[in-house]
Write a new protein. Structure first.
Length: 235
């Protein structure tokens, strides 16, 4: 396996599958099986999951809800997704721990870095819920930060597109995909990989990012084994 420890970022929206809102159980099952294949090969896995399928802070403002309040609502939404994913992983025989950026003792452990590392060393899949626990951040930033904290080898950003393109492939049919690109080039070309906070954290800490299509079965395993899938962003 190429990576000893990886951090997988899944968006909340990816859990919707064909639905317009919420969680599609078929997606949970599919992701659990993809994750299992990699875990069985001995790779340590940490996961950050978003909340966009339930609630986003920016939505709150439009609804007349205070932004900060909305962001906390978004963080709670990520915990709902994390619990659903945890359940799907456990149903498929994996040991897991859910650690939250906001204390909620009845539901999950608080995030404590040393404890998270220990869980990973014991081959437990660690899911980080509630973002970093602060408003005005995203779960992409959470993924970068937690990956650095637990010393993951790479951030795998699972999306519905198969990598980073020269332009939005849905709007521009001439757009082409990069197999590999540097952090610097992403800045210069103003490409959309992650929000700037998340991206800068990876750049400054020399943590590679791979953007890939999580919905294509087998992709996660291929990546973990070092095959070229999606777009690799490195120094
Ligand atoms: N959020 C936050 N701080 C964090 C992580 C998330 O305030 O550290 C809030 C923010 O409102 C965000 C929402 O939680 O819109 C859901 O997360 P995100 O939009 O990153 O989810 P995704 O797009 O990955 O589904």
């Amino acid at each position: 396996m190429k990576y000893k420890r990886l951090l997988l970022k899944l968006s909340g929206e990816s859990l919707m599958g064909e639905k317009q809102y919420g969680i599609d159980p078929a997606m949970l099952e599919q992701y659990a099986l993809e994750i299992k294949k990699v875990h069985e090969m001995g790779t340590q896995i940490a996961i950050v999951i978003g909340g966009g399928n339930i609630f986003r802070g920016v939505q709150a403002e439009k609804a007349g809800i205070d932004r900060v309040q909305g962001d906390y609502m978004g963080m709670l939404a990520t915990v709902i997704n994390a619990m659903a994913l945890q359940s799907a992983l456990e149903k498929n025989g994996m040991y897991t721990r859910l650690m939250s950026g906001i204390k909620m003792e009845q539901v999950c452990e608080p995030f404590i870095r040393r404890r998270a590392v220990r869980h990973l060393e014991k081959n437990r899949i660690v899911i980080f819920g509630a973002g970093i626990g602060n408003p005005y951040f995203t779960t992409d930033s959470t993924a970068s930060l937690r990956a650095i904290e637990v010393e993951a080898d790479v951030v795998l950003k699972g999306t519905r597109v198969d990598g980073v393109y020269t332009a939005d492939p849905e709007k521009d049919p001439t757009a082409t995909r990069y197999d590999k690109i540097s952090f610097q080039e992403v800045f210069e070309k103003n490409l959309n990989v992650m929000d700037m906070t998340a991206f800068t954290l990876c750049h400054e800490n020399n943590l590679p990012i791979i953007v890939f299509d999580m919905n294509k079965q087998g992709n996660l395993l291929k990546l973990a084994q070092g095959e070229d899938v999606g777009t690799l962003i490195t120094a």
